[in-house]
Design a protein around this ligand. Structure first.
Ligand SMILES: NC(=O)c1ccc[n+]([C@@H]2O[C@H](COP(=O)([O-])OP(=O)(O)OC[C@H]3O[C@@H](n4cnc5c(N)ncnc54)[C@H](OP(=O)(O)O)[C@@H]3O)[C@@H](O)[C@H]2O)c1
Length: 223
């Protein structure tokens, strides 16, 4: 742990990352690097994680970050419920377009949900995240979320009604920027397939263009 940093949770509570992809991995690494949690406190769950495995992972869970694509939220909430997620475990969803109301309905348990919309600059500690709380969320829950996402940039609480606009602007914004940059750069390279070339070994110094893949999730955000 980083000295002088107040731990996010007691050391006997674990932090789960459900969906260890681009954003799940970024959040895990960011929290550890900031000293908010220790590496030993973190577990991850993937598509292959069974209910029995979830049951043992969730036994001491204090916080679960749900980082799957929106289309996977149904199976995930079913697993969390079937595995007996502790009622005191706080859930944080970063899923685009899924409201706290929908999350609460799907899980159908009294756990508190927070909704967050980060963006890929979190990868380099320059992210912008907004958070809001669902049913039963308190100021303390919001402060906790601000500590998590604040470790990777800036974080601000906003009303949920603004989430779609935030998703379009700051959540997806880096992809538009990469697209613009890529178009400008590829415009200078008069060969067929220049788009692919920019991303690959031919022009490694343009590897920045590959960063767009971190925002443009494989198969899009929904599936
Ligand atoms: N990328 C961004 O800039 C960004 C910004 C803000 C919010 N978000 C949100 O973050 C979420 C994840 O995006 P991402 O870009 O990180 O996508 P990603 O890299 O594809 O990560 C999703 C991860 O979830 C795993 N997964 C799929 N089904 C699962 C299941 N049933 N249980 C557990 N894990 C499962 C995937 O495994 P497989 O690869 O094996 O399928 C993958 O590791 C999305 O909801 C998106 O809206 C993304």
């Amino acid at each position: 742990m980083v000295s002088g940093v107040e731990p996010l949770l007691p050391s006997d509570r674990t932090v789960g990352i459900v969906g260890p992809g681009v954003m799940g991995g970024t959040l895990r690494d960011g929290m550890i690097a900031a000293g908010l949690i220790s590496a030993e406190q973190v577990w991850t769950a993937s598509k292959q994680t069974t209910v029995a495995e979830y049951r043992s992972l969730l036994a001491n869970a204090g916080l679960v970050l749900v980082c799957v694509k929106p289309g996977q939220i149904g199976p995930v909430t079913t697993r969390l419920r079937d595995a007996g997620i502790p009622p005191e475990a706080l859930l944080v969803s970063i899923l685009g377009g899924i409201t706290t109301d929908r999350l609460e309905t799907l899980l159908d348990l009294p756990n508190v949900w927070l909704r967050a919309m980060p963006n890929t600059p979190c990868l380099v500690g320059k992210g912008m995240t907004v958070v809001c709380g669902g049913r039963g969320a308190t100021e303390a829950h919001i402060r906790l979320a601000e500590r998590i996402f604040g470790a990777m940039g800036s974080c601000r609480a906003v009303e949920e009604q603004y989430f779609n606009a935030v998703t379009a602007l700051s959540g997806s914004g880096p992809a538009y920027m990469y697209l613009g940059l890529l178009s400008r750069i590829c415009g200078l390279i008069p060969v067929p397939g220049a788009d692919r070339a920019c991303d690959t070994k031919l022009f490694p110094w343009l590897h920045m263009c590959g960063s767009r893949r971190n925002v443009w999730s494989p198969h899009g955000s929904c599936c």
